[in-house]
Every structure is written in structure tokens, then in C-alpha cells.
Design a protein around this ligand. Structure first.
Ligand SMILES: Nc1ncnc2c1ncn2[C@@H]1O[C@H](COP(=O)(O)OP(=O)(O)O)[C@@H](O)[C@H]1O
Ligand SMILES: [Mg+2]
Length: 252
């Protein structure tokens, strides 16, 4: 087993009823690598992230996260292995998903205490250090509704990081934000990339993807159509479908 690959996915298939959404998806992510996933709406990007984070079940294929085999040839591991696989990934959603009735601090400590069984004082210390990193120390006692979208998204990133994932997934982390708030999230992700956090980022921010990602994957119709170095794929796509998609973003 090559554990320099944090994520190894082979032959993944997923349908909703008669709709085949993921059709034979294979890819791997190296430790410290940043991978951008681009593609039109409905191509299966969110479903892929949800399958890897065990929020959806696959029908066929294999998913390994670091040294935990979550599913092999469509057969899921036992609960304790599944749990350890899930603890190795974090997912940041488009629409924040914070608990509205918890303070910012409690949003970040809750899973640390309940899932990782950290002592409350230790969880708080970790949360405060992450809030400091996100420039949000003064918001610890606030509630999500008192924060801007950009601030809420930074809390979500802190919450995910607090569980020490080996790989962090982002599903269009800026698409619910006003353009002026997008920059603050991209800055945080860029900093994580500099720190060599392994990340898979679904995004429509092409300039950002080109700049921050090592590799880019173009997804269409439930398949990866093209894959390459981020700058190479975004500046010089080879496939017609990739070209047509990127033209809509003014990049080509
Ligand atoms: N829970 C679900 N039930 C039925 N169909 C779904 C469900 N989730 C997603 N789909 C369908 O799967 C396809 C891929 O969706 P999605 O993964 O959200 O694509 P993307 O994130 O690339 O926009 C779409 O046709 C969508 O309508
Ligand atoms: Mg999506």
C-alpha cells in the first residue's frame, strides 16, 4: 500500500435511481498535493465528494483514505474502520452548515469533544488557536447569524481543521459568497496550501485554481474527461469538452 497517496479511488460508480451520476471514477491524491476539480453543474462533483466523505454510498469501486480501506470493490469496511477513514477527511460545504444555536467557539469544539473525546479545555485551546489563524478570535462568543458569509466559511474551515484531517475537501467554498468576500476565503486556502495541507477543491474560480492547485481534473457527465497540471490544463486544454467549458469562463 502506497501511503504517500492519501486518497486512492478506483472504479467508483454511483447512481440515484436510474440516473448514473458517477461512471467509473478513478484518481489518487498525493500527500501535500492540492487538486482542483472543475466541471459543469450536474457533472457529479458534489456526489463524488460526498461519497469520499461517506455521506453517500457507492455501488461499485474502491476508496482508500490513507491506510484505511473504506470500501473495496463495492463492499464497505466494518464500522470501526469506516469511522477511522471518516476521521481522516474533512469537508467544507458551499452553504456553511454551522449549528445556528451554538456559538462560534462551540461550533468548533463540539465534534472535538464528542467525536475525538478531547477534554473541553484542550478542545477550546485548539479552537482558539484556529480562530486566531482565521483572524476571528474576537468572534468566538458570537453566533453564526452575527457573522458575514466569509466569516462563517472561515469558521467552517476552522471546524474541519480542528479534527486534524489528513485531507480536506472543499465543495465550491466561495460560490455562496459575494465577490468581495471570496478573496478572504481564497487567502485562507492559499495559506493552507503553503503549509502543505492535502486538499481537493471543487471550484469555479479558475484563476485561483490555476494559481493554488498542483493538478486539475475536469469532470463532465460523471467521468473525468481530462487531467493535468493545473496551469497546463486550464491554459491549454486538449479535450473539446474542456475547451468549451473553459471558454465560458473567459479563460480561452
Ligand atoms: N440525492 C440525490 N438524489 C437524486 N439525484 C441526485 C441527488 N444528488 C445529486 N443528484 C443528481 O446527480 C447529478 C450530479 O449532481 P451533483 O453531484 O450535485 O453535481 P455537481 O456538484 O457537479 O453540480 C445531478 O443530476 C443531480 O440532480
Ligand atoms: Mg455541486
Amino acid at each position: 500500500m502506497d501511503t504517500s497517496e492519501v486518497i486512492k479511488i478506483e472504479g467508483l460508480r454511483k447512481s440515484f435511481g436510474s440516473l448514473a451520476v458517477l461512471k467509473d471514477i478513478s484518481f489518487s491524491v498525493q500527500r501535500g498535493e492540492v487538486v482542483a476539480v472543475i466541471g459543469p453543474s450536474g457533472s457529479g462533483k458534489s456526489t463524488l465528494l460526498r461519497c469520499v466523505n461517506h455521506l453517500e454510498l457507492v455501488e461499485a469501486g474502491s476508496i482508500r483514505i490513507s491506510d484505511s480501506v473504506m470500501v473495496k470493490d463495492g463492499v464497505y469496511a466494518h464500522a470501526d474502520i469506516l469511522r477511522s477513514a471518516c476521521l481522516k477527511t474533512g469537508l467544507v460545504f458551499q452553504n456553511f452548515n454551522l449549528f445556528p444555536h451554538f456559538s462560534v467557539l462551540r461550533n468548533i469544539t463540539e465534534a472535538q469533544v464528542r467525536v475525538l473525546r478531547r477534554k473541553p479545555a484542550q478542545a477550546k485551546e485548539r479552537a482558539m488557536s484556529l480562530l486566531e489563524k482565521m483572524g476571528l478570535v474576537d468572534k468566538a462568543a458570537s453566533y453564526p447569524c452575527e457573522l458575514s458569509g466569509g466569516q462563517q466559511q472561515r469558521v467552517c474551515i476552522a471546524r474541519a481543521l480542528a479534527l486534524d484531517p489528513e485531507v480536506l475537501f472543499f465543495d465550491e467554498p466561495t460560490s455562496a459568497l459575494d465577490p468581495e468576500l471570496t478573496g478572504e476565503i481564497l487567502k485562507v486556502i492559499r495559506k493552507l496550501a503553503e503549509e502543505k495541507m492535502t486538499m481537493v477543491i471543487v471550484t469555479h474560480e479558475m484563476a485561483f485554481a490555476r494559481d493554488v492547485a498542483d493538478r486539475a481534473l475536469f469532470m463532465d457527465g460523471g467521468r473525468f474527461v481530462e487531467e493535468g497540471g493545473a496551469a497546463e490544463l486550464l491554459d491549454n486544454p486538449q479535450q473539446e469538452r474542456t475547451k468549451a467549458f473553459l471558454r465560458r469562463f473567459g479563460g480561452q
